[in-house]
Design a protein around this ligand. Sequence first.
Ligand code: NAD
Ligand code: MLT
Length: 310
Amino acid sequence: MNYRVLVSDPLAEEGIDILKEFCDVDVNTGLTEDQLVAIIGDYDALLVRSGTEVTARVIDAGTKLKFIGRAGAGVDNIDTEAATRRGIVVANAPEGNTLAATEHTMAMMLSLARNIPQATASLKKGEWKRSKFMGVELNDKVLGIMGFGRIGREVAKRAQAMQMKCIAYDPFITRERAASLGVEMVPLDELFRRADVITVHTPLIKETRHVINDKTIATMRDGVRMINCARGGIIDEKALADAIASGKVAGAALDVFENEPPTDSPLLNLDRVIVTPHLGASTVEAQKNVAVSVANQCISVLSGGAAKYV
Ligand code: NAD
Ligand code: MLT
């Protein structure tokens, strides 16, 4: 039987090549929900990144769908409950972009501490303002890591190499596990109180939505810096913008936003906010890894086998 697979977000060629050995592949990106609903009934599998919203409507229209693959970690753009009701396997590729997201977090933290994007823009405008861009050292600072999973742990290793003291909060990781990596597990309120820099690495779920808000920001150190390379919505953008404007928060580095692209976010107008357009996983290596992983899992499921990361 000839299976048909729809790839609705850009996927690395290496993954497409694997799929083509086994099935017919259509790459059709930038579809609206209505356009997707109109064609999804022809396909046995759908492969996405974060751009496609796989809603219950799309899933219900996918009468032949057996597999939905997410070339990346977060599955918050897929209605997994609707897929489960229909018996469709949903799998992701959580390991392939861990190092890419980790390195992006480190790049954001260093850029934030030393005002590199702002200084670059200023110099390119013809200015030479050395005192305006006075930075801070990360050495000896306390890094609060919220979410001590794959990326959180890799960030800790690299921060420790820069002599930062790492503390973490994660309800599903034991103190012993963290201690074996030289990291102190603390309650979330203590993390907020102690950290000089806070970086979030959790999924966006009910418990983490707006966990950084005006009330929790009020408990933080004056001049705290914040990084979000996980998911928009973990930090309340309005509360963060207010806290930066008041000087309570010294700056923020954001790769992800509550709405993407973030056309109306109040954060985009603030000099002390540095931003990238959801580039955490955007390395050649990571894109190859995740594409190959979902392609192989897709073939496995269509041939009656199992997916590795369900
Ligand atoms: P992971 O599943 O390995 O780690 C997430 C950790 O969060 C887990 O250890 C889990 O126990 C913890 N957690 C769950 N609920 C929590 C809570 N209420 N408070 C604190 N911790 C909690 O995931 P990961 O691969 O490390 O990815 C982390 C985040 O980064 C995800 O949101 C993922 O989608 C995102 N991500 C973003 C990019 C990007 O392009 N910016 C790239 C890769 C991953
Ligand atoms: C992820 O969750 O893996 C990331 O958001 C990366 C992406 O798909 O762009």
